[in-house]
Design a binder for this molecule. Sequence first.
Ligand SMILES: NC(=O)c1ccc[n+]([C@@H]2O[C@H](COP(=O)([O-])OP(=O)(O)OC[C@H]3O[C@@H](n4cnc5c(N)ncnc54)[C@H](O)[C@@H]3O)[C@@H](O)[C@H]2O)c1
Length: 260
Amino acid sequence: MADRLKGKTVLITGAAGGLGEAMAQRMAGEGARLALTDIDGGRAEALAARINAAHPGAAFAYAHDVASEDQWADVVARAVADLGGLSVLVNNAGVGGALAMVEDDTAENWQRQYEINLRSVMFGAKHAMPHLRAAAPASIINISSIAGLAAAPGMGAYNATKAGVWMYTKTLALEAAKAGWNVRCNSVHPVFIKTAILDPFVAMAHGDEAKAHERLSRGIPLKRIGEPDDVAWAVVYLASDESKFVTGSEFKIDGGMTAQ
Ligand SMILES: NC(=O)c1ccc[n+]([C@@H]2O[C@H](COP(=O)([O-])OP(=O)(O)OC[C@H]3O[C@@H](n4cnc5c(N)ncnc54)[C@H](O)[C@@H]3O)[C@@H](O)[C@H]2O)c1
């Protein structure tokens, strides 16, 4: 299959590397045209160039801080102009923040994660919605985390913001359904996946990546951590019309962790 997303126009945030890059590659391979945004505009440009080498004209890149509503308004307008519309929004950008037990936690840690992980999702949906409605059937995909469904000590701000993304996804799904808009909205909840977001765990294992990954896999029934493509294929499905009856749901990609 190479055309599951033919005709779809997609904006992915935090797209320069990690899960965003895998999504961009898989979606381009399925025929989508892409607006790749990242706070690191240079890396987003480089990825767009790699994708365009294989799929000419498929990708555009923009520097974009998802914490800024002004930048959201600007980037959505530019993406709509370049792509000729917008039918899929993937709110992927996110940060892990500092591990901190409650007595050591800070306002700055919470504020940063609130702005980047959670409030950004509202800005994205707000500014994209008129265009998604116009391009329906449309889809919003919010990348939460298994940490939005199950807590861990020292991860208060991450747990809380990712749980917020999970519930806000349902609000959006119901608002769109109530209004009669064919804009579905679902959340994705990965467990540990091999990207730069795991660097602090590698540092804790003194740079031994294999050891860090083995430690992280201990609580996972499949006894391994995930690959970026494990998430990218779920996003392809949720972006496509194959998932046309799926809205307000959560999609866990966790090797069985929360089945225990
Ligand atoms: N990798 C995992 O283990 C894992 C597990 C669960 C959930 N997630 C979530 O998946 C998403 C992607 O994470 P990843 O693993 O690819 O991490 P990553 O660190 O590799 O990529 C995150 C990207 O977001 C960008 N970014 C950071 N702050 C930004 C901002 N303010 N505005 C715009 N872009 C910004 C970074 O430049 C980077 O390219 C995040 O929301 C993360 O919380 C990841």
